[in-house]
Design a protein around this ligand. Structure first.
Ligand SMILES: *Cc1c(COP(=O)(O)O)cnc(C)c1O
Length: 353
């Protein structure tokens, strides 16, 4: 019998892809994935999970959408939850197609998902301050007529927000050119800037993406899209009926309704620690550190790859970004003890004690 040649059966766009590397390197201190460092246990806010697992989840996730809607002061009709915001990015590209335009460097999933769906991707390099190169960006909108534009602000992995004026200019120009703009606000809770919720009513081509992942619930897998309900009518055509399971619906609703003050306290602690870690890193000669509005800090350092490996040997895992930005590492903000340990270790590695 002939051996099955799986690769020859792949759709063309899948042949070029590699599986997303989410492998775990076990380390005592985990500062690589922009998670919250504060353990959240179910029993912190739930005494009993009252769910009938023999039944399908509520396909419309009404209670959860109402809880999310209260937080952003909109109606539940303006909310679509998903299995992480990754799933919602997938649905957006599946529904509207490409080209998909985004700045570079940014969150990798916009490009990966577009490629796996088989639509064209268009990248526009950020300027020297990691802000949007708006002239170039508008040119690409006009030239490429993208169906979707993704702007992560604060941006992952650079940590800065893009300037509000430039984003507004892009939204307006995109509106004239019939492009949808998705502002990915995964890190908005950590930002000192206002965000784009107040602009939703002004632009019919604007959507906002949020997630619970970076504020303590990465394990739950819950993201949500905010916008006018006509978008959701269309996206519902491709959405799998039970994409948010009963347990996630229940737990997320309880977390939002009963645990929110604690979530906010954790966020405040992370912001304070970010400011402290930033000041401390500024004092280390061999490190170039970038200001951040998110729950991580980007830095550049000579021989970053070797330093990355030495940190792992010392039990500290950070994100090696050298393939994206020259000699760059991304450090997620941990607890004050973890940040202290990180500082001590990197100073030791650099001989700057
Ligand atoms: C982490 C991250 C996400 C993914 O969030 P999930 O809800 O966990 O899928 C989306 N966008 C950006 C910019 C991120 O950094």
């Amino acid at each position: 019998m002939d051996k099955l040649n799986l690769e020859s059966l792949l759709r063309k766009n899948i042949q070029k892809l590699k599986p997303y590397q989410a492998k775990e390197i076990p380390c005592k201190i985990k500062l690589d994935a922009n998670e919250s460092p504060f353990p959240v246990k179910l029993s912190d806010f739930i005494s009993e999970i009252n769910i009938h697992l023999n039944r399908y989840p509520d396909p419309e996730a009404i209670l959860l959408r109402k809880a999310l809607a209260r937080k952003v002061k909109l109606s539940h009709e303006n909310i679509m939850p998903g299995n992480g915001s990754d799933e919602l990015i997938y649905y957006l590209i599946l529904t509207f197609g490409g080209p998909v335009l985004y700045p570079a460097p940014t969150f990798a999933m916009y490009g990966i998902i577009a490629q796996s769906v088989g639509v064209e991707t268009v990248e526009c390099s950020l300027d020297n301050n990691f802000d949007i190169n708006d002239e170039e960006f508008l040119k690409l909108i006009k030239l490429k007529k993208p169906r979707l534009i993704f702007l992560s602000s604060p941006n992952n992995p650079t940590g800065n927000t893009f300037s509000t004026d430039k984003i507004l200019k892009i939204i307006e120009f995109a509106q004239k050119n019939s492009s949808i703009v998705v502002i990915d606000e995964a890190y908005q809770p950590f930002s000192s800037k206002k965000g784009f919720l107040p602009f939703l009513k002004d632009y019919d081509n604007l959507l906002i993406l949020r997630t619970l992942s970076k504020i303590g619930f990465a394990g739950l897998r819950l993201g949500y899209l905010i916008g006018e309900k006509n978008f959701f009518y269309e996206i519902n055509k491709v959405r799998l009926p039970y994409n948010v399971d009963s347990i996630t619906q229940y737990v997320a609703t309880e977390a939002l309704n009963r645990f929110y003050p604690q979530i906010k306290k954790f966020i405040c602690q992370i912001i304070k620690e970010r400011q402290r870690l930033y000041r401390e890193l500024l004092r280390i000669q061999k490190i170039k550190v970038y200001p951040s509005e998110a729950n991580f800090i980007l830095l550049q350092i000579e021989n970053s790859k070797s330093i990355y490996r030495k940190l792992i040997k010392a039990g500290i895992l950070v994100r090696d970004l050298s393939s994206v930005i020259n000699n760059a590492l991304r450090i997620t903000i941990g607890t004050s003890e973890e940040n202290e340990e990180f500082l001590k270790t990197i100073k030791k590695i650099l001989g700057e004690t």
